[in-house]
Ligand binder design. Sequence first.
Ligand code: BES
Ligand code: MN
Ligand code: MN
Length: 456
Amino acid sequence: MPSSAVSYAGQNHPRFLDELKSLLRIPSVSTLPEHKADCRRAAEMLMMELSHIGMENAHLIETDGHPLVYADWLHAPGKPTALVYGHYDVQPPDPLEEWLSPPFEPTERNGNVYARGAVDDKGQVWTQVKALESLLAADGSLPLNVRVLFEGEEEVGGEGIAAFVASRPPDLKADFALVSDTELFAPGLPTLCVGLRGMIYTEIEARGARTDLHSGQYGGAAPNPFVALAQILAQLKDEAGHILVPGFYDDIVPPSPEELAAWRNLPFDEEEYRMAEVGSRQLVGEPGYSVLERTWARPTLDIHGMPGGFIGAGAKTVIPAKATAKVSMRLVPGMTPTKSFGLYKSYVEKIAPPGVDVDVRLIHSGDACLVPVDNRYIQAATRALKEVWGRDTVFIRAGGSIPIVGDFARHLGLPSVMMGFGLPDDNLHAPNEKFNLQNFALGIQSLIRFLEEAGS
Ligand code: BES
Ligand code: MN
Ligand code: MN
């Protein structure tokens, strides 16, 4: 039954998109200190918009990093309370030369809007804000109580929101969380995400000589920290993709046979995925596990960069005094960041070659999570999605991480409904990130209908 809020959203869609573009023009890159003020501007724009659409008590909550945005509307006695979550921070846009249009100048092309943050997560945050606006404008009220909490540090580990949630403030009292930061399994296929991997993001620093040295004068006698690091890194994973840290796999809770069977029924072709999404000669990873199992339910280890030494054009004959590597591991249910990091750190210290000192540092971490599906909010979500998309919902996991979702369960006792509208080829964290405009429109409709169903 098309609600009047859904009609309102349809009539106002061009304006919604223009407003989203204004949000996308703010380069709220959380990891880069030079964008600190931009992060605050994005937070302020959201706070003002929430207040403008009729949400109450809209304010910023300061953290040690970028501010949180809070607002609420609590005039539905006897109805449940939703905690609506998203993040306004984005990943750095580099490499800039690969963007077909500038990352912070949102541009429409073939039914998408292209910009850094288009889908991760400003576009999805805007679907939430515009769903709330549509309900408030069309009905003069919300069908349930709503608290909104947006953060600006999700892409850097989310420490500010984690501390706030762990303090269990009365402002976060709710019955469930609505998280819009995930994707559809395939275009047109309504999807709820029910599991996320956790992660530990680390840095290994190897130090050899007191200072940089001439590699001719000292080569053959002085330890080279890059060589040491390469030797360490080469022993973290074997050729089959198995992580070699002793004990790393011990506590994993595998998916149930039913969940695995459901994954086998998803429309997924590994060869198509290799060609169209990954674009590599072949896929890698542990033998005996499908791609979906390897990316959703198995831990993994990746190296992101090795800063240090000489990286300019041309040649420089130097033995650098130190070298670093950024290494992260994705964790799955059963594993904990604390134990996994401890095992990894001891192993790296043990295999470090003679002549170098290594420091193994944890930069940030987050737990893996599985959300319960046997609750009325998930049921309300599948009813709403069926109505808007005309198909039954599929339940999937994601290989990515949203650290706060586990904390919502642990500290606040909240089940999360992870209803997101990205697509697998939306180029998250990569050049030419996009958000499909049809998904933007249907996402707003889905959230409107979901909130109506959850409050019914
Ligand atoms: N929205 C993503 C997580 C995601 C990606 C969920 C794809 C579902 C499908 C989120 O913004 C993200 O990128 N998280 C980081 C978290 C990390 C920096 C702690 C990630 O997964 O790398
Ligand atoms: Mn995100
Ligand atoms: Mn992200």
